[in-house]
Design a protein around this ligand. Structure first.
Ligand SMILES: [Zn+2]
Length: 434
């Protein structure tokens, strides 16, 4: 997914306000009604024609352009020239199957190919035409219009479900859950009645939606807290999401789960095991420390495991968010109130160094998981949790005010939800009376 894929050109920015769970068809219609005309029209086929009408053919599997054009009686030498002309833009000798194209012949009794056009994507096409002494190729890049659109929802079962009801593209849903990954664990912590709203850029070419830009601002509210994220864009580049005061939404982990101690054995895919006397990967980091040394949670999270686990001895696992989990092994004992499901804060003491399980001397075996896989916590680069730099803060605060202003108000959302509910009631009553 690349929501931040570069925007080729922007012509006119129309701000549209979408309140409510509109059907996707309705959304498209209203977009088209309000689409401002692109100033500089490309000399290209009329937008009324469908893609299939403009480019009637597609490149079949296992067939070269050479074979296709030979079938159309285009001489080999001509095909060579077409490929040569196109080369600065695209290697037609290796054209992918599925790409749509068109052919234009002149109207002589022995029709000659005059031009050939390819549509590589909604944004890019190539037109190769016959000129006096050969062929010339021209790449066409569509003008992309960006519009600000809005989505909101109330959670009934999950964020995904509520976003689906709002007709939101799955790409945007995962983007939203990534933005708030450090604030809310959307797989586990979402409650019925949580609500969210966001504004995002949608890309249009000739009035047709072709994809997404960035989420500009978003808010997630649960019973006790509200989290707001604002995109910071500087010199045309997305610099990440921040809280409205410019602080980072990301959290960093403590460098080490114990205050005093040294690494006695690093992360390694292959290591001689001191007890088992075989080569075995060491998928964690060992900190040598005296028995009883406090062990701290490296980040905020929820205890996902506490108990005795074979070679690991006394083990605690903490889930930090949907991506990161840490494990602490060979513990002598657990801190008070540490049990499955309990929330812990970064730096909170969760247990004490010991030598339980498969261990020769007191040490902490510390493991780090990213998306379920072992990673080396020492070598790993974690997301930056730096705030907006001071010299850019004024610029950020301006953008933050603008972007937050784009969000639909909760009042308007409430009105809409009530309207929706009564519409549904009306429908079901109408159905009943049938
Ligand atoms: Zn170890």
């Amino acid at each position: 997914m690349n929501l931040k894929s570069k925007v080729i050109a922007v012509a006119g920015l129309t701000i549209l306000f979408f309140i409510g769970f509109l059907a996707s068809q309705k959304i498209r219609d209203s977009f088209q009604e309000q689409t401002s005309l692109v100033e500089e029209q490309l000399e290209a086929p009329s937008p009324q024609l469908s893609i299939e009408e403009i480019y009637p053919y597609d490149i079949p599997k296992n067939k070269t352009l050479f074979a296709i054009l030979t079938e159309q009686d285009v001489p080999g030498a001509e095909i060579q020239k077409i490929v040569e002309a196109a080369k600065p833009h695209y290697n037609l000798a290796r054209i992918r199957p599925g790409i749509r194209y068109n052919l234009e012949f002149d109207e002589s009794t022995n029709p000659q190919l005059n031009s050939i056009g390819f549509r590589f994507s909604a944004l890019e096409s190539l037109y190769v035409k016959r000129i006096e002494n050969g062929w010339s190729a021209e790449k066409k890049t569509e003008i992309v219009e960006l519009k600000t659109v809005h989505f909101f929802g109330v959670v009934n079962a999950s964020l995904w479900e509520s976003a689906k009801i709002a007709n939101m593209d799955p790409l945007l849903i995962s983007e939203l859950s990534e933005i708030f990954a450090w604030q809310v664990d959307f797989a586990r912590e979402v409650r019925v009645g949580d609500r969210w709203r966001l504004s995002a850029e949608q890309k249009f070419v000739r009035g047709q939606p072709v994809g997404w830009g960035s989420i500009l601002s978003a808010e997630y509210q649960n019973a006790s807290e509200s989290f707001v994220a604002v995109l910071f864009r500087s010199e045309g580049e997305d610099r990440g999401y921040f809280a409205p005061d410019g602080s980072s939404l990301k959290r960093i982990f403590l460098k080490s789960p114990i205050s005093f101690g040294r690494i006695t054995s690093g992360f390694s895919k292959k290591r001689f095991h001191p007890i088992l006397h075989v080569n075995r990967p060491h998928l964690g980091v060992d900190y040598g420390a005296p028995r009883g040394t406090p062990v701290k949670a490296v980040g905020d999270g929820t205890i996902s495991f506490k108990g005795y686990s074979g070679g690991g001895g006394n083990v605690i696992k903490i889930r930090h968010n949907s991506m990161y989990e840490t494990a602490y092994k060979h513990l002598h004992g657990f801190a008070k109130n540490i049990r499955h499901g309990v929330k812990v804060k970064q730096g909170q003491v969760i247990g004490y160094v010991g030598s339980t399980g498969l261990s020769t001397a007191p040490h902490l075996h510390f493991e780090f998981f990213q998306s379920g896989r072992f990673v080396d916590p020492v070598g790993k680069k974690f997301p930056s949790a730096e705030p907006v730099p001071q010299n850019l803060m004024a610029d950020f605060l301006d953008q933050a005010a603008d972007n937050i202003g784009l969000l639909p108000t909760w009042e308007s959302i409430e009105v809409n939800l009530r309207q929706m509910a009564s519409d549904q009631l009306g429908t079901s009553e109408a159905q009943k009376s049938l």
